[in-house]
Write a protein that binds this ligand. Structure first.
Ligand code: FES
Length: 96
């Protein structure tokens, strides 16, 4: 199983490691990351982040919410919906 690194360039938090297919909402909450979560199911938008790195494209539901929350932000994603396939850096975003 692959292990990926999640870093938080705009915060003092140290990078965290996440196993392949591990739910990010779970790992990041337990490890006290700067990313906050609410619903964890892709509905509330609390976990809106800007992501740098290679991640699979958003599914239809995530894309629809991103169009509302961050219409001008091509790197915006919902952290709770990310299934990592590589190392990423993420920064919390304010929704529009
Ligand atoms: S925690 Fe609600 S959309 Fe991610």
């Amino acid at each position: 199983m692959s292990i990926y690194t999640v870093s938080f360039p705009d915060s003092k938090s140290l990078p965290l490691t996440v196993s392949e297919h591990q739910p990010l909402a779970e790992v990041l909450t337990v490890q006290n990351s700067p990313i906050l979560f609410g619903c964890r199911t892709g509905i509330c938008g609390t976990c809106l982040v800007e992501v740098s790195g290679n991640v699979p494209p958003p599914d239809e539901d995530e894309r629809e919410l991103l169009e509302v929350l961050a219409p001008d932000h091509p790197k915006a994603r919902l952290a709770c919906q990310l299934d990592l396939t590589g190392d990423v850096a993420m920064t919390p975003l304010q929704s529009a």
